[in-house]
Design a protein around this ligand. Sequence first.
Ligand SMILES: [Zn+2]
Length: 365
Amino acid sequence: MKLKSLIKRIESKYPLNLAYDWDNVGLLVGDFDNEIKKILVTLEANESVINEAIENNIDLIVTHHPFIFSKINKINTGDLKGRLIHKLIKHDIALYSMHTNFDIAFDGLNDYFMEVIGFENTKILEVTNSEILYKLAVYVPTTHADVLRKALGDVGCGNIGNYSHCSFNSEGLGTFKPLEGSNPFIGNINDIEHVNEIKIETIVPQRILGGVLSTMQKVHPYEEVAYDLYKLENKGNSVGLGRVSKLNHSTTLVELSNKIKEKLNMKHIRIVGDLDTKVSKVAVVTGSGADMVKKAQRQGADVIITGDVKYHDAQDALDMGMSIVDCGHFETEDIFKDAMKRFLDGIEDVQTIKSSVNLNPFKIV
Ligand SMILES: [Zn+2]
């Protein structure tokens, strides 16, 4: 599969525009026209990971942490980052990063974390974007309305709550005159034609708009398709950072922490708060989420599960009556490999492997 086609598939699920402005996501190194057969997924790419990719004939490395983040003035082998970029290009290995867009997106890292631990009834902790919606109105001969309506629904038009293929249909009379040089499906050159048509109106989320219009052109019988497309004021599904979950059964802070330790295969976990505190609602922010303690409390959470908690964050949380389970930045995010591999395994013609390089910089003795 060509890299540009693969990226299209990835970004239809995890759009780049969900990322924060300060972030750096997308194809950071590589040729869009390269053929991709083998992919390596990793939390981040250091020299060991790049060597692993070379040994395994990898065409594309997909990382969570952006491989290039701060400004680069030179790319040469005298500097660590320059040497790594040079090595990637020399071995024709592309590198794609998906960071806060993957944290925020539905079925991204935070949702995957909730799934791994077994938290249900998940809601967004902080909404960052709401989906932009368009209304598509397309005019089609009555005889072809069913086929077009189904095709539009099959590619994702008209999804409202738990309903798919939603549309409104009105009958009317369409007119047109084929001019010299046209190749009309119905009617003759220079004769005004009258055709019974249906106007199909349906909702299209912005992220699938391109695919919807090409499907419409493909399925519609007319040489020139008449349609209206307009942006709506009403917004679609919301996405955002972090998740909250109301537990089906209340537990204690220590029981919750033991469960997380077991699910993430951890030997130790840091806890802020009274071990016997009752927990009935949890908040989760993968990576660094100590700045979300207040938001978590406002949403009614008793504890926030995250990484990178500093001494003063912990003191502030105690003063507020909030508990924290600090799993560590690495431990909450290394599951990126599993989440991304599951997604990429659903794409035909590419093979995905997980990096076996241990990227945890900390050791506990
Ligand atoms: Zn991170």
